[in-house]
Design a protein around this ligand. Structure first.
Ligand code: G
Ligand code: G
Ligand code: MN
Ligand code: NA
Length: 254
């Protein structure tokens, strides 16, 4: 069977699931957010990497139903966790450019937030630089609408796309996520260290939040804290995990 056909059936056959990776204030050790990451376990292909099937979903347009499913599932999960006593933290969802550009994206979000009864201020959309690059007035307008609705907008994988500093001025983003390739080499390579440092300083000067992703060592965390980059995510703290495991690890102690 073609992968595309399998992907078309994947939601209906309930082969998709979300894993969740916690995000921390590394200074206070507080949980501040949770990123939802899609997983697809095909009965015969096994687990397929989102890097592979998300691009196929983009090409075929299947990203629209898949993206909507991810948003709804993530919001519903957060609501369930809170009902079970977990403190409210941000739920971060990756949004692909084609989904974001879809005509009914805003309307869909409104419906999902209302139906899942989640505060828009608790939802963060992770967008990539490549989306912003298409200097498209519609995208800028949509971002303004989302911001006015109370959602937070983050730039994911910051530093790897078609970067332009102008969109930091033109688009209402509130968080930069430093790509993990820089974090991975920041303590081995002076250029990565300089880039990381520059992104942190720039974010601070622009009064944007900044988060490091892909933190795997204490040394990386220490170096980031020294530069007042307090938000972090990575295997040092936790891998992405199923909902139940996340709740058992980070849910209420009592
Ligand atoms: O979780 P993992 O490292 O396998 O993710 C690989 C890539 O797939 C990352 O770039 C991540 O942002 C992307 N990704 C994971 N989940 C989603 C999702 O729900 N929607 C979109 N658009 N991308 C996702
Ligand atoms: O593009 P995005 O930042 O959304 O991708 C997140 C991806 O990074 C997820 O697939 C997640 O599994 C992966 N990831 C999260 N933390 C780490 C880490 O510390 N090291 C590595 N190598 N990958 C990580
Ligand atoms: Mn992400
Ligand atoms: Na990233």
């Amino acid at each position: 069977m073609k992968l595309e056909t399998a992907l078309f059936k994947a939601l209906e056959y309930e082969e998709m699931d979300l894993h969740y990776q916690p995000q921390f204030n590394m200074k206070t050790k507080e949980l501040i957010g949770i990123e939802a990451l899609i997983r697809w376990d095909h009965p015969s292909y096994g687990r397929l990497s989102p890097d592979l099937f998300i691009s196929l979903a983009e090409e075929t347009g299947l990203i629209i139903p898949i993206g909507e499913w991810v948003l709804r599932k993530a919001c519903r999960q957060m609501q369930e966790w809170m009902a079970s006593g977990m403190k409210p933290v941000t739920i971060a969802v990756n949004i692909s450019p084609r989904h974001f550009s879809h005509a009914s994206f805003i309307e869909n979000i409104q419906v999902i937030l209302a139906e899942e009864k989640i505060d828009p201020g608790q939802v963060e959309l992770e967008l990539t630089e490549n989306l912003l690059m298409h200097n498209n007035d519609k995208n800028a307008e949509k971002m303004e609408v989302l911001r006015d609705m109370g959602l937070d907008l983050a730039i994911d994988d910051f530093g790897t796309g078609y970067s332009s500093l102008r969109y930091l001025k033109d688009f209402p983003v509130s968080l930069l996520k430093i790509d993990r390739s820089f974090i991975d080499s920041m303590n081995k390579d002076a250029k990565s260290a300089a880039i990381t440092k520059s992104i942190i300083t720039m974010a601070q000067n622009l009064e944007l939040k900044v988060m490091a992703e892909g933190i795997e060592t204490e040394e990386q965390m220490e170096a980031l804290l020294e530069q007042d980059c307090f938000y972090g995510q990575g295997y040092l703290f936790s891998k992405p995990m199923p909902a139940e495991e996340l709740f058992n690890t980070y849910g209420p102690v009592e």
